[in-house]
Design a protein around this ligand. Structure first.
Ligand SMILES: [Zn+2]
Length: 195
């Protein structure tokens, strides 16, 4: 599967984001607990507990969506779960967003998931020809130096030293050749030799 690695990224980003949002919620609880011992205003404490609860709820939902995304085999449902990951990551901003980093991780993961689901929609994985080697093996000519070395080009390589005596001149590169040669010693062009 071509997008298996990217699906893994979505899972990791979404999972980390959910974890940070969860920690953010637990920190809210902790601050509320500490605040209550120092006789902080009750409203402050209750608000913080509420925010912490919502944070934990978002984190759990995000984790569930990430798992559903990872377990889904259809690109359409994966796109839907990724969209929910993105939406709930944005919602988590309301409760601190997992120190913002959690929001960013989950949000980016969700967007990647949406893009992946959209792109794999056009080329379904079952339509991709099976074993495509990731790196080209064998004598695949790369444009540039190797091709020029394999077949000497009159424009790029210097002419061999001039011969003395009677020579055949190549029509293509104007290199001189011994009279018994059939092809140009420089560019390989067949010479017009009278038999
Ligand atoms: Zn030649």
């Amino acid at each position: 599967m071509a997008d298996e690695g990217s699906r893994y990224e979505v899972t990791v980003l979404g999972g980390l984001g959910a974890l940070l949002i969860l920690i953010n919620g637990l920190v809210d609880f902790y601050v509320a607990a500490v605040g209550s011992t120092y006789s902080a205003p009750v409203e402050f404490t209750n608000d913080l507990i509420g925010v912490g609860l919502v944070s934990v709820l978002f984190a759990v939902l995000l984790a569930v969506f990430v798992l559903l995304y990872h377990g889904s085999e259809s690109s359409t449902t994966r796109g839907a779960w990724a969209l929910l990951i993105t939406i709930f990551a944005a919602f988590s901003l309301w409760t601190g967003g997992g120190f913002l980093v959690g929001f960013l991780l989950a949000f980016v993961g969700g967007v990647i998931g949406i893009v992946l689901a959209g792109s794999s929609h056009e080329t379904p994985i079952w339509a991709v020809p099976a074993p495509v080697p990731s790196s080209p093996s064998g004598p695949v000519p790369t444009p540039g130096a190797p091709a020029a070395m394999a077949a000497p080009n009159p424009a790029s390589s210097p002419l061999p030293p001039r011969l003395s005596g009677i020579v055949w001149y190549c029509r293509r590169c104007e290199c001189d050749n011994p009279t018994d040669s059939r092809v140009c010693r420089h560019c390989g062009t067949p010479l017009m030799v009278n038999d």
